[in-house]
Design a binder for this molecule. Sequence first.
Ligand SMILES: O=P(O)(O)O[C@@H]1C[C@H](O)[C@@H](CO)O1
Ligand code: GUN
Length: 324
Amino acid sequence: MAPINADVNGRQAYVPVKESLPEVETENGKSANGYSYETLLETANFLLSRTSIRPRIGVICGSGMGSYWKEGSLAESIEDADCVPYEDIPNFPVSTVEGHHGKLVFGKLEGVPVVAMQGRFHYYEGYPLWKCCLPVRVMKLLGVETLIATNAAGGLNPSYKIGDIMIVRDHINMMGFAGNNPLHGPNDERFGPRFPPMNKAYKLEYRKIAKDVAKELNIENIVREGVYTCLGGPNFETVAELNMLKMVGVDAVGMSTVHEVITARHCDMNVFALSLITNECVTSYDDAEANHEEVLDVGRMRQDILKKFVSRLVHRFAKETISP
Ligand SMILES: O=P(O)(O)O[C@@H]1C[C@H](O)[C@@H](CO)O1
Ligand SMILES: Nc1nc2[nH]cnc2c(=O)[nH]1
């Protein structure tokens, strides 16, 4: 198998900068934070052998973007597509959420080589956070420079409406407050530093471009910017929990993205994230209950707009911010 740092199609894939650290053993003899760098290189090499696409941008398609359906989804609109089901990928987790399609789609969006995850891995499925984020590290090893993470979320900001799209300005890592972090355990410097900063997690330039693109597409009236938080799920929140989150400045609540973004920033990827507001968070005991069907219905309703939005973003991010 060709080494990952071979010059493939005239472009240099990711080159490791340091030799491996000795693996730190835990009591049961396994590395504490999952697969080693070398193991993930094997996964990346396998994928490079399955496609001639050398992706520059990675897109995670959340519940509002066709991870549960195929027809008309962003992943379906990728051209020259090579699809690799998760179950065929060495060391990859397999999505356990009913209806999730579970595949990596390599191809082109507006002429830009991309890889899209159709179906992500959630903590509530039973995976530790490092495993939920394993695909992000694999993307890095494939040469991806920019991650676009999308999710479905409940709108907590009272001015948000169902169907709005929130550009994520920042996040609050609630699970991290309890010590649960995808970077927990021994650090391999070839991915990134032990203590990565997080104050510039969501690239300012991308957020500006996204607002520009929203104007171009005439959807600025539904595009917001705010703070996202992830809870472990799978239950939706209680009224008291939502009231607390509102007080600390959360605008939208979901069950993903934060740990993926931390992993991506740790290995120095550029990050953009958006939330599709699929339901209003219920901060009163009289209101209707949140439910997953509503989340999917709103995703389907907004899929054409989201597809156009994300495709334009891919084009602009590649043109204006990624090395040729
Ligand atoms: O994968 P995302 O974060 O888009 O999905 C959200 C969180 C749960 O998986 C699901 C709840 O309806 O939507
Ligand atoms: N935690 C959480 N995740 C969601 N995903 C979609 N809507 C919601 C919500 O209201 N809460």
